[in-house]
Write a protein of this length. Structure first.
Length: 330
């Protein structure tokens, strides 16, 4: 199979188990799940899917020498995302808004009920081993560390939202290495440049006002639809378009749903106003503190840059917004 990725170019996939995983229903469904959630209404032509990202994590791990089982873990790591990705966290309470952990919390159960375990069993691969993320430190680590998941989605965001050029992309990939179970930049400059880029992506996209508005409005739309019986949890594990089609059958007869739909589609102006707000909303904030190699020693950016240490400490906390929607009737 030849696959062309917008970050890594065209690769040939020959490993039978990888080819069969890609064919699984659980992974194919991700072609209909937007990576960001529903962000195209804020920045048009930026739609990209969980499927694209999942293949990207696999390719990154493969290119940097991770073992096959870790490549498998990377390929399937997002199959438990619902429609609209992390917007689903906003159907729940405040803690899910702060952590965006709904998908992670249900990952193992979701995979075990999918078509993946039987397929892996046919290759004598133990699904319980694959589901234990402690076996795969290149694939997944907690913030502020780097991991394949974090590296791929950040560079993918940067390219798609035109925060960097292809030349910049190749610069980061060239200076990135794996040393045992760690992602390490080979210079301080490349590590600090990447950390600063990630901070910019966080402020502008991951935890900016457009993103928190998207998360909240889509979450309210889905929550209302669940309460009214317009959709259900089973349907939420299809695709974005199918869920919208199911819910919007009721659009013409439900004025509240119409309002939520307008908000979700960026048709209503929103302000962040702590003095006069309708809803207090939180969003996860993401910063990284990359490792780099200097004179044979592995260090963190914050070890050399004390200012970065203070930034990590202050800006890694969930952000708080005070949303007010205006001009609802226009």
């Amino acid at each position: 199979m030849k696959y062309t990725d917008r970050l890594y170019g065209t690769i040939k996939i020959t490993e039978p188990v990888i080819l069969d995983i890609i064919k699984c229903k659980a992974l194919q469904r991700l072609k209909g799940v937007d990576q960001a959630g529903y962000f195209d209404v804020y920045i048009p032509n930026t739609h990209h899917t969980r499927f694209e990202h999942s293949l990207g994590v696999y390719i990154l791990l493969k290119n940097y020498g991770a073992p096959l089982q870790e490549q498998i873990a990377g390929l399937i790591h997002d199959v438990s995302h619902s429609a609209f990705s992390h917007c689903i966290d906003y159907v729940f309470g405040v803690e899910k808004q702060k952590t965006h952990l709904h998908q992670d919390n249900m990952f193992s159960d979701f995979v075990l009920k999918s078509d993946i375990p039987n397929m892996l069993h046919s290759y004598n691969i133990d699904i319980t081993y694959i589901l234990n993320e402690h076996h795969f430190p290149l694939k997944e680590k907690e913030l502020p560390d780097l991991c394949a998941d974090r590296i791929d989605y950040s560079l993918r965001t940067a390219i798609i939202y035109k925060a960097i050029s292809k030349k910049d992309l190749h610069y980061f990939l060239h200076h990135l290495k794996t040393i045992k179970t760690q992602w390490v930049f080979d210079t301080y400059t490349s590590a600090q440049t990447y950390a600063s880029l990630f901070r910019t992506l966080n402020n502008n996209f991951y935890s900016g006002l457009p993103s928190v508005t998207m998360f909240y409005t889509v979450g309210q739309y889905v929550k209302y639809a669940l309460e009214k019986g317009y959709t259900n949890w089973t349907s939420l594990y299809t695709t974005d378009k199918k869920v919208i089609s199911q819910i919007n059958k009721h659009l013409s007869s439900d004025r509240q749903l119409q309002q939520l739909w307008k908000r979700m589609n960026n048709k209503v102006k929103v302000l962040n106003d702590p003095d006069n707000y309708e809803s207090k909303v939180y969003v996860k904030s993401r910063l990284v503190d990359p490792l780099f190699l200097e004179q044979g020693k592995i260090m963190r950016v914050s070890d050399k840059n004390r200012k970065w240490k203070r930034i990590i400490e202050t800006e890694s906390k969930p952000k708080e917004y005070f949303l007010r929607f205006i001009n609802e009737d226009q």
